[in-house]
Design a protein around this ligand. Structure first.
Ligand SMILES: *Cc1c(COP(=O)(O)O)cnc(C)c1O
Length: 383
């Protein structure tokens, strides 16, 4: 809930802006640590979910590692206090300069996604006189039961090394003296709320480990990626995700070998709910059958509804009406997909009302664009 005093001050501010509740972020990190520590699990934060400076600082101070998917993210992680031995670098398309940056900083691992990439990292590391720590990102062909654009662990997806390639990969690694194989990496998708896909991934890893042990390959760590979803429908009631249940699945089903560490890469679950996108109603337009609330934020500030058909909860912060109506809440951008929600039940809404689009802390600001030449929306912190 946003404090009425706070809303009063927001009425004087220019909209749209992101509101980051650092108190909720802290509470979420604390719970994450409380539930993962007893098992000795290592959690990396997926920087791509939200790379805001204060957010990164708070997360690095709490002792989490960083999971990066670009050279810029690796640099941002280093700049905000993550230590290089706590940085993993994934992504299907790493440029040479990004590989060099990682090697220069001796990052923990490159999570490699193809045979070609293995050859390129070997060559660059050789030329630099370095050894690259790597983890093999395997595509486990496990269904994630999430939107098809955020499924990553199916054979049809571009991510990871397919299991049938593994014998070739093992041969390749034998001839790659500048690579140090440290781990096995998987990431099956995002916004996963059903625990079965995670369980299936654990069972798949158990089989894979048997196969690798037969090849005399032993991993220091297994990295199971991220993907834990949040409750977009009830962001206030379920502000902090059920980390206990999530880590419990891995504890129950994943067979770690002696001395082996388990790593996670959570993004959304850490930051989604601490963020709101605050926007002002510009006009209420009455169509033949429906009303449109036209707001001043759009897909340029939060593209998830347009990109993944995501539904975010929307609250009218200033209406005092007892009557409610159904509104299509739409932005000002010249695209029909620039719509935050259809037929949303809201109290009677008028020009000038402030609205909060909830759970905008993950994949919001980081995906912002300047389309229609719009400037980047600022961030207001609550702490
Ligand atoms: C995006 C991504 C994550 C984080 O996903 P969330 O759903 O935000 O937890 C973790 N690992 C990799 C490799 C990713 O690409």
């Amino acid at each position: 809930m946003i404090d009425p005093k706070e809303i009063e001050t927001y009425q004087k501010l220019q909209t749209p802006f992101y509101r980051y509740d650092l108190r909720l972020l802290k509470a979420t990190i604390d719970e994450l640590i409380a539930q993962s520590k007893p098992f000795g699990y290592h959690v990396h934060y997926a920087v791509k979910a939200n790379a805001d400076s204060r957010v990164l600082e708070m997360i690095s101070k709490a002792g989490l590692g960083a999971d990066c998917v670009s050279g810029q993210e690796v640099q941002a992680a280093l700049d905000h206090g993550f230590t290089s031995e706590n940085i993993a670098f994934a992504g299907v398309g790493k440029s040479d300069w990004e590989i060099e940056l990682g090697l220069n900083n001796d990052i923990f691992t490159f999570n490699v996604e193809s045979q070609e990439e293995i050859k390129v990292i070997q060559e660059i590391a050789h030329n630099m006189g370095k050894t690259a720590g790597i983890a093999l990102r395997i595509n486990p062909d496990v269904k994630a039961n999430t939107h098809k654009y955020i499924t990553t662990g199916l054979e049809e997806n571009k991510f990871g090394i397919n299991m049938w390639e593994l014998p070739d990969v093992v041969e390749l690694l034998k001839n790659s003296p500048n690579l140090n194989l440290k781990g096995l990496h998987l990431h099956i998708g995002s916004q996963i709320t059903d625990m079965d896909p995670f369980k299936n991934m654990c069972l798949r890893i158990n089989e894979m480990q048997n196969w690798f042990i037969d090849q005399q390959i032993r991993f220091d760590h297994i990295n199971v990626g991220g993907g834990l979803g949040i409750d977009y429908g009830n962001p206030t009631e379920n502000a902090v995700p059920d980390f206990k249940k999530y880590f419990g699945i891995f504890n129950e089903f994943l067979e770690l070998r002696p001395g082996q560490q388990l790593h996670f890469e959570l993004g959304r679950a850490v930051v989604a709910n601490m963020g709101d996108l605050i926007t002002r109603v510009l006009y209420v337009k009455h169509g033949l059958k429906k009303k449109f609330a036209i707001v001043d934020a759009g897909m340029t500030e939060l593209i998830r509804p347009a990109l993944y058909q995501a539904v975010h909860k929307i609250e009218n912060l200033t209406s005092s009406s007892d009557e409610s109506f159904k509104y299509d809440v739409v932005g000002p951008i010249c695209e029909s997909s620039d719509c935050f929600g259809k037929e949303m039940t809201l109290p009677e809404t008028n020009r000038g009302d402030l609205m909060a689009v909830k759970s905008a802390g993950a994949y919001g600001e980081v995906m912002a664009s300047n389309y229609n030449l719009r400037p980047k929306a600022p961030v207001i912190y609550v702490d």
